[in-house]
Design a protein around this ligand. Structure first.
Ligand SMILES: N[C@H](CCC[C@H](N)C(=O)O)C(=O)O
Length: 276
């Protein structure tokens, strides 16, 4: 089977984007892992599928598969690439679209300056909604990791995030703790592990060890979750610049029950075909 794809990235968080509207395909977990493989396949952090919606109030359906082949609920950097893709491919004439995801509707918008703004929906904090095994909701939670007890915020942006504050981002224990947190038994669906340095009330530095993909150069939902965690902890104002290893995201959140707004770039790198 010959498969057309587009290679894209959002701040170096890279994607294989597949038009499943013009191509009638169905891929297995093993095929997703092959496409994501940086030696034997194309190479990416996630594969994004563009499909027709199943809901009448959406323009498209957006499905996300991590490099390990698992399907997940949300991908923020991918959402920006999604709207750039459907617009550039002529699949829509709209610059703002409603996109159906496994965790609800998101609304990405192409800006005149080439950036993309996305309404990522409201964060969720109830342990059951994350999911996270805890007696009751708390501002932070002590989490045993290796021989340490770390202090995390647990937030869902549709997908689960465990965010900790670190003193200096370059020395954050991503290598030692990333996979231990990702696979922690307190997170039944596993979790994305965020490491946040607070520079000042309007600026953080962030690294994320992503569920199913390892450390990425940037994580959009991770940036949203970290900003929300910092705001709820009283460390940040509503507008936050998030510096990732791949570049800068702007996040805005006005508080509980309100949506998180994310603005950043979306880049098309090349078009390709691959035999599966
Ligand atoms: N690894 C994430 C999915 C991709 C999220 C990330 N690439 C983003 O930009 O939000 C998860 O398993 O929930």
């Amino acid at each position: 089977m010959k498969l057309k794809f587009t290679k894209m990235h959002g701040l170096g968080n890279d994607f294989v984007v597949i038009d499943c509207i013009s191509q009638n395909i169905s891929l297995s977990g093993a095929q997703f892992r092959f496409l994501a493989d940086r030696h034997f396949g194309i190479g990416c952090d996630q594969i994004l599928l563009v499909e027709n919606p199943t809901r009448s109030d959406a323009d498209f359906r957006y499905r996300i598969f991590n490099a390990d082949g698992g399907e997940v609920e949300q991908c923020g950097n991918g959402a920006r690439c999604f709207v750039r893709f459907v617009h550039d491919k002529g699949l829509t004439g709209k610059s703002e679209i409603r996109v159906e995801t496994a965790s609800g509707i998101i609304e990405p918008r192409l800006e005149a300056d080439g950036q993309v703004t996305v309404n990522m929906g409201a964060p969720r904090f109830e342990p059951m909604e994350i999911p996270f095994l805890a007696e009751k909701r708390a501002l932070t939670y002590p989490l045993p990791v290796g021989d340490k007890i770390i202090d995390i915020s647990a937030v869902s942006m549709g997908n689960p995030h465990a965010v900790q504050v670190v003193d200096h981002i370059d020395y954050a224990p991503v290598a030692e703790q990333g996979t231990l947190i990702e696979n922690h038994p307190a997170f039944p669906a596993r979790v994305n592990a965020g490491f946040m340095q607070v520079v000042d009330r309007t600026h953080i530095k962030l690294r994320v060890f992503e569920r199913g993909s390892g450390e990425t150069l940037a994580c959009g939902t991770g940036a949203c979750a970290a900003a929300v965690a910092g705001i709820t902890r009283g460390l940040l104002d509503a507008q936050v610049q998030v510096s990732t290893r791949g570049g800068e995201l702007a996040i805005r959140w006005e508080g509980e029950g309100q949506p998180v707004w994310m603005t950043g770039p979306a880049v098309t790198v090349f078009e390709g075909e691959i035999n599966l």
